[in-house]
Design a protein around this ligand. Structure first.
Ligand code: BT5
Length: 240
């Protein structure tokens, strides 16, 4: 496992993508500050100052494309919950992979796969975790309730320790996850869910789906029951 560390970068995911050819499997790109952090669907990940985590896992699994690659971001959300619990917190997961503390977003995960023709060149799994931010910093993101680990535990957080715990936790179960896929983490994922049983509106590309969140299937997809009592399977989308 090789760590490439930057004091300052535009985006750890963009760096990983641009250098994918030369990066080894399981390389880690770590930055202390990030000026152009990417979220999903062209959204932005805001850098809340020194001491926060900006990290990309570079994964180059061998063999043919596996059914479980789309679930790697859910796997990482479970790993993050395991680490946050060691700080005495009760994290929750909002489908598919947002991690919240008391309804406030503490981290974001962006998975990007790079293909060459029909073969997979690599997967870049980026994660930003707010570890050390002020209340004012968190309030600078107007469209979301946001928190940071230091605000939840009332003392500063050591970034190196957190980085080690998270990456150890990730690689501890990674090979097994590649073999077994979502069912391996399903119970740990569901234990933290904050959405089942609720009436949800989901943005799915250009349309919206509405219904009661009934269950998560073995592919990590969300199954809704709509107003005509029909099951609707959502593979990717955003809970509004
Ligand atoms: C995400 O997107 O949550 C994925 C964010 C991934 C960031 C990491 S940092 C390392 C790596 N390198 C990158 O360039 N990216 C990855 P999404 O689900 O689209 O959520 C984005 C939304 O979260 C924004 O529109 C804001 O509402 C909110 N947000 C932005 N910055 C935040 C922050 N620091 N803390 C909490 N919420 C934030």
């Amino acid at each position: 496992m090789r760590v490439i560390e930057f004091d300052y970068i535009d985006s750890t995911n963009v760096y990983a993508k641009s250098n994918l050819d030369t990066l080894e499997d399981k390389s880690l790109i770590l930055a202390h500050r990030q000026s152009a952090g990417k979220g999903r669907l062209n959204r932005t990940w805001v850098d809340l100052g020194e001491g926060n985590l900006f990290l990309s896992f570079v994964l180059k699994p061998s063999g043919s494309y596996s059914f479980c690659y789309p679930n790697l971001s859910q796997y990482l959300s479970v790993c993050l919950c395991n680490v946050l619990e060691t700080y005495g917190l009760k994290p929750q997961i909002k489908w598919p992979n947002d991690v919240l503390i008391d309804g406030k977003k503490i981290a974001g995960i962006l998975a990007e796969s790079v293909m060459q023709g029909t073969s997979l060149k690599g997967i870049i799994l980026g994660i930003g975790v707010n570890l050390n931010a002020t209340k004012e910093d968190t309030a600078s993101i107007p469209d979301k309730l946001v928190t940071s680990l230091n605000l939840e535990i009332n003392h500063p957080v050591n970034m190196d320790t957190f980085f080690e715990s998270l990456t150890d936790e990730f690689f501890k179960g990674y090979d097994e996850f590649l073999n077994s896929g979502f069912p391996k983490i399903k119970e740990d994922y569901l234990r933290r869910n904050c959405f089942l049983g609720k009436e949800l509106e989901i943005q799915v590309l250009g349309r919206k789906e509405r219904g009661i969140a009934k269950y998560i299937n073995d592919n990590g997809e969300l199954v809704l029951i709509n107003d005509v009592n029909k099951e609707v399977v959502i593979t990717a989308g955003d809970i509004l």
